[in-house]
Design a protein around this ligand. Structure first.
Ligand SMILES: Nc1nc2c(ncn2[C@@H]2O[C@H](COP(=O)(O)OP(=O)(O)OP(=O)(O)O)[C@@H](O)[C@H]2O)c(=O)[nH]1
Ligand SMILES: [Mg+2]
Length: 417
C-alpha cells in the first residue's frame, strides 16, 4: 500500500475539525456528511477489500484458490458458494485461523418465511417445532419430485434451499442465537486447520445458516491489508444470498471489484452481469479499481464461433477499459499444483486429486470403478483436451497423442511422464 503524504498524517483530526465547522454554520448544517465519513474511514483504514463477484459457476472461488495456490474455497458445478468468505492475512502458517459467524434465529426465520411464501407452503411455521419442520421438509420433497429434480426449476431449487436451511438450523441449533450473530473460533469446533473448517462450511446445510466465514491465511498476497472476499453468485437461488453480493459491491468498505464473467463460455453477458457492472460503477469508493475477468477462456479454444463472439463483445462493450483479463482458473490452479508432483504419485492423481476423486465416487455412488470415466478429475479431462485440441502446443515440439484405447487418467500420466 502506498504511504500517505505527510500533510495527511492527521487526516482524521483535520477532517473532524472541518466537519465541526460545517455543523457550526447554520446554512451548511444540512449537508450530508456520510460520504465524507465513508471516504475518511477508507483512507485511513489499513484494509483494502477486494470483492470477487459474478454469476454462479463463473469460477470466482476457483480463481481465488489459484491466487492463493491452495484449495481453500469450495469450488464445484452448480451453486457452490452460499456464504460470504473473507480471506485476510495470517502472520505465519501457525497463526492461520477461521472465524465462523452464524445467522441469528430471527434471520433464519425470515428466510424460511420468504421461501415458504414462494413455495406456497402454508402451514404454521415454527422452526423450533420438530413436527412443523418435518411437514415443511416433506412438502419440499414433494415439490422437488413434482418438478422432476432439485435443479429442474426455480421452484425446485428454492425447495432444496429450504430443506438445507431447516437441516442447518437443526444441526447447529445450539450454536445459533435468537437475535445476535454468534461467532466461533475454529478451536471451539475442534478444527485443526483451515481445510477442516472449510469442509464444514461447504456442507450445504451448514453454509445455509452461516452468515460469514473469515479465513486468516498465510500468503504474501494478503500482506499489507489486502482482503479477498468471495461472494455467492448474483443469480443464486436464495434471494438473500444474491442480495448479499449486491450489498457488498455497493458497500463503502469495498475498494476494488473483480467481476468474474462467464461470457467466454456463453458468448454474451447475462442481465445479472450487466446489472452487476452498473452497480459496481455507481460505487464511488471503487473508482477505476474495477477488473473484468473473462474466465473459462479454455472453452473458446475449441470453438471458433465462441471465440469470435467473445472478441466482438470485448471490442464493443469493453472498449473504454484496459482492465480486461482472460483466464482459465481451472487450468491455472491445477497447473500450479501439479508442478509439485511426480510420476510416483501419478502426477497428483493419488495426492491432490485423490480427495476430489473420492468425492466424485461418493456423489455418483460409482463404488470401486476407479477407472470409470466419471472418476476422471475435471482437470485431467481439460488437460487432455488442451494437449489434443487446443492448438496451443506445436506438433513438432510436443509429440503428444491422446489415445482412445487408454483411459483419460492413463493418457494424462503418460503425457506428463
Ligand atoms: N473449463 C473451466 N472450468 C472452470 C474454470 N474455472 C472454474 N471452472 C469450473 O467451474 C465450476 C464452478 O467453479 P466455481 O469456482 O465454484 O465457481 P463460482 O463462481 O465460485 O460459483 P458459485 O460459488 O456457485 O457462485 C467448477 O466445477 C470449476 O472446476 C475454467 O477456467 N475453465
Ligand atoms: Mg464460489
Amino acid at each position: 500500500m502506498t504511504q500517505m503524504p505527510p500533510q495527511c498524517n492527521n487526516l482524521q483530526e483535520q477532517v473532524d475539525t472541518l466537519l465541526q465547522l460545517l455543523r457550526q454554520e447554520p446554512s451548511l448544517r444540512q449537508q450530508d456528511i456520510m460520504a465524507v465519513q465513508a471516504s475518511l474511514k477508507k483512507a485511513i483504514s489499513p484494509e483494502f477489500e477486494i470483492v470477487f463477484a459474478g454469476a454462479f459457476s463463473a469460477g470466482k472461488s476457483m480463481l481465488i484458490n489459484a491466487l492463493l495456490e491452495r484449495e481453500l474455497l469450495y469450488s464445484a458445478e452448480g451453486h457452490a458458494t452460499g456464504t460470504e468468505c473473507y480471506i485476510a492475512y495470517a502472520e505465519s502458517a501457525q497463526k492461520e485461523r477461521v472465524v465462523l459467524t452464524f445467522l441469528s434465529e430471527v434471520e433464519i426465520r425470515t428466510q424460511v418465511y420468504a421461501l415458504c411464501e414462494q413455495l406456497n407452503l402454508t402451514t404454521e411455521i415454527n422452526i423450533n417445532h420438530i413436527d412443523v419442520v418435518k411437514i415443511l421438509s416433506q412438502g419440499c420433497l414433494i415439490i422437488i419430485e413434482k418438478e422432476g429434480g432439485e435443479n429442474k426449476s426455480e421452484l425446485a431449487k428454492q425447495a432444496k434451499a429450504l430443506i438445507l436451511l431447516l437441516e442447518g438450523f437443526e444441526a447447529n441449533r445450539e450454536r445459533i442465537q435468537t437475535v445476535d450473530n454468534a461467532t466461533y473460533s475454529m478451536e471451539q469446533f475442534n478444527f485443526s486447520n483451515l481445510k477442516e473448517a472449510a469442509s464444514y462450511a461447504r456442507r450445504g446445510s451448514n453454509s445455509a445458516v452461516l452468515k460469514r466465514v473469515e479465513y486468516y491465511c498465510y500468503h504474501p498476497l494478503l500482506k499489507d491489508g489486502n482482503i479477498i472476499i468471495d461472494t455467492p453468485g448474483i443469480d443464486a437461488p436464495v434471494k438473500q444470498d444474491a442480495e448479499l453480493t449486491y450489498d457488498k459491491i455497493e458497500s463503502p468498505d469495498t475498494s476494488a471489484v473483480v467481476c468474474v464473467l462467464k461470457a467466454a463460455s456463453s458468448g454474451e453477458m447475462t442481465t445479472e452481469e450487466t446489472e452487476l457492472m452498473e452497480k459496481t460503477r455507481s460505487n464511488p469508493g471503487i473508482r477505476d479499481r474495477l477488473f473484468y475477468i473473462f474466465n473459462r477462456i479454455d472453452e473458446t479454444w475449441y470453438n471458433t464461433q465462441l471465440r469470435q463472439r467473445l472478441e466482438n463483445l470485448i471490442n464493443s462493450d469493453f472498449r473504454d477499459t484496459t482492465r480486461v483479463y482472460k483466464t482459465s482458473g481451472l487450468l491455472g490452479f491445477y497447473g500450479s499444483l501439479i508442478r509439485g508432483t511426480t510420476g510416483r504419485d501419478r502426477f497428483g492423481l493419488d495426492t491432490i486429486f485423490a480427495e476430489s476423486r473420492d468425492r466424485l465416487d461418493a456423489d455418483t455412488n460409482s463404488g470401486n470403478n476407479s477407472e470409470n470415466s466419471q472418476d476422471t478429475p475435471q482437470f485431467v479431462n481439460e488437460f487432455n483436451r488442451y494437449c489434443a485440441n487446443s492448438g496451443k502446443l506445436s506438433a513438432s515440439q510436443f509429440r503428444i497423442s491422446v489415445n482412445s484405447y487408454e483411459t483419460p487418467n492413463q493418457n494424462y500420466v503418460r503425457i506428463l511422464a
